[in-house]
Write a protein that binds this ligand. Structure first.
Ligand SMILES: Cc1cc2nc3c(=O)[nH]c(=O)nc-3n(C[C@H](O)[C@H](O)[C@H](O)COP(=O)(O)OP(=O)(O)OC[C@H]3O[C@@H](n4cnc5c(N)ncnc54)[C@H](O)[C@@H]3O)c2cc1C
Length: 400
């Protein structure tokens, strides 16, 4: 295998939002950085492409709250560096059965962190949103300031541009097939399928739905990160009502707790359409995707019909987009040193379980901290350890 001749302080493998944000964070601190991507940059085969991602601070797990709050600040900083917007403000509205354990946990998180929130019953919801949401009598709504929409492809492009501006080297069509320790001079060799290898003092692996495959090859560790194919659906707002759902007004980003968990964003990317989708998908091999057939939409159609007060056409989505989730059994991230012969020289960030985008700025900051200094300040990482799956194959135990 031919040596590229280039040596780096940190090689980041995988240029989705997590790898791109990490490359920016590492390069910004003055380290020689290489970002490698197996496909072309900004491709549509992973998890970070598309037109909208929700940012919200209302998590049942309270340890995500400080990460989201730091991310709001880091999104703002990155936007001022680049000079354009990727974040669009909205409020967040969560709803579900009044005794839903997850929704109760969301309220506890708000209380614990002194987040101002309003709990609304059916009539109050109808009044607050001028009839645009209709919840059953035995449901409640939770309304907070901390919502919003991020433009994903644009945000990945932003982090890559910022990384380049800080001196990082970016290479696409570089599929990493192995990472090996250099037992003579230390550091790691990163091997690609097209016969080029790179040397780095350290390495960060952020390969999304390919994480289980690559980590198994590199270290033999079997991570329980399951790739799922998922589908985003756009629904047509009935004529004359379009403006009521537009971003920048009072329509919020929203989530509906229960089975299935449903989420949505105000109308932004396609005028007159609103995104409403199910959190979840179908297990697949990321290299042998089914590309969509068989996605069941029955409960989603019913939800659109009933919860959006018949102001949105629930017959069928008018546009769809496919995407990948990387699910862990507890839906918590995996952020840790790979360990073994690599010690603290290789760090992995994966298993973002369909809710990582909003936190990509802080994840990049944490991965950069870990790989450069061996620790990440100001954040509790115990929930994200690889070792939790050895203690319990289902991962973190939650009482909701
Ligand atoms: C439909 C959908 C809706 C979502 N909604 C939200 C939301 O509202 N809010 C939110 O916060 N999050 C949301 N998420 C989750 C969020 O988008 C993901 O958590 C995030 O994009 C994961 O980024 P990643 O960088 O880990 O993975 P990816 O974007 O998949 O990046 C991994 C990259 O690594 C590359 N790669 C893989 N193997 C190799 C290799 N061997 N060599 C080189 N490169 C390699 C891949 O090609 C890919 O580009 C959603 C996800 C989806 C799919």
């Amino acid at each position: 295998m031919a040596f590229s001749g280039e040596e780096f302080d940190v090689i980041v493998v995988g240029a989705g939002v997590m790898g791109s944000s990490t490359a920016y964070q590492v390069a910004k601190r003055g380290h020689k950085t290489l970002l490698l991507e197996q496909f072309d940059f900004l491709h549509h085969r992973g998890s970070s492409h598309g037109e909208s991602r929700t940012i919200r601070a209302t998590y049942p797990e309270d340890y995500y709250y400080p990460m989201v709050i730091e991310s709001y600040k880091l999104w703002d900083e990155a936007e001022s560096q680049i000079g354009y917007k990727v974040y669009f403000k909205a409020r967040q509205f969560d709803m579900g059965l009044s005794d839903d354990k997850l929704l109760r946990a969301v309220i506890s998180t708000c209380q614990k962190h002194s987040v101002p929130y309003e709990i609304l019953d059916r009539n109050q919801v109808a009044a607050k949103f001028s009839g645009r949401f209709d919840i059953p009598e035995n449901w409640v709504g939770v309304f907070t300031e901390y919502g919003g929409v991020i433009k994903p492809t644009k945000a990945v492009s932003m982090f890559q541009t910022l990384a380049l501006q800080k001196g990082a080297v970016l290479r696409d069509y570089m599929e990493v097939v192995d990472i090996k320790r250099d037992s003579v001079k230390g550091g790691v060799w990163v091997y690609t399928s097209n016969g080029v290898k790179f040397w780095g003092k350290k390495c960060v692996v952020t390969v999304g739905a390919w994480m289980t495959k690559l980590v198994k090859t590199v270290s033999g560790i079997e991570l329980p990160i399951q790739p799922l194919e998922t589908m985003v659906c756009y629904w047509k707002i009935k004529e004359g009502h379009e403006a009521k759902y537009a971003i920048g007004g009072d329509f919020p980003t929203f989530a509906s707790y229960g089975e299935p968990y449903i989420y949505g964003t105000p109308s932004l990317e396609f005028p007159g359409l609103i995104k409403v989708a199910v959190h979840g998908g179908y297990p697949c091999d990321p290299d042998k995707r089914p590309w969509g057939p068989g996605m069941a939409l029955g409960s989603l159609k019913q939800w659109v019909e009933e919860r959006l007060s018949s102001l949105v056409d629930s017959g069928a989505p008018v546009a769809t987009q496919l995407c990948m989730y990387s699910m862990t059994p507890d839906e918590d991230f995996v952020i840790d040193f790979l360990g073994g012969e690599f010690g603290k020289d290789v760090v992995i960030g994966g298993g973002f379980s369909g809710h990582g985008f909003k936190m990509s700025p802080v994840v990049g900051r944490i991965l950069a901290d870990l790989v450069l200094s061996g620790e990440a300040k100001g954040v509790e990482l115990k929930h994200f350890r690889i070792g939790r799956f050895e203690e319990n194959p289902k991962g973190n135990v939650k009482d909701f």
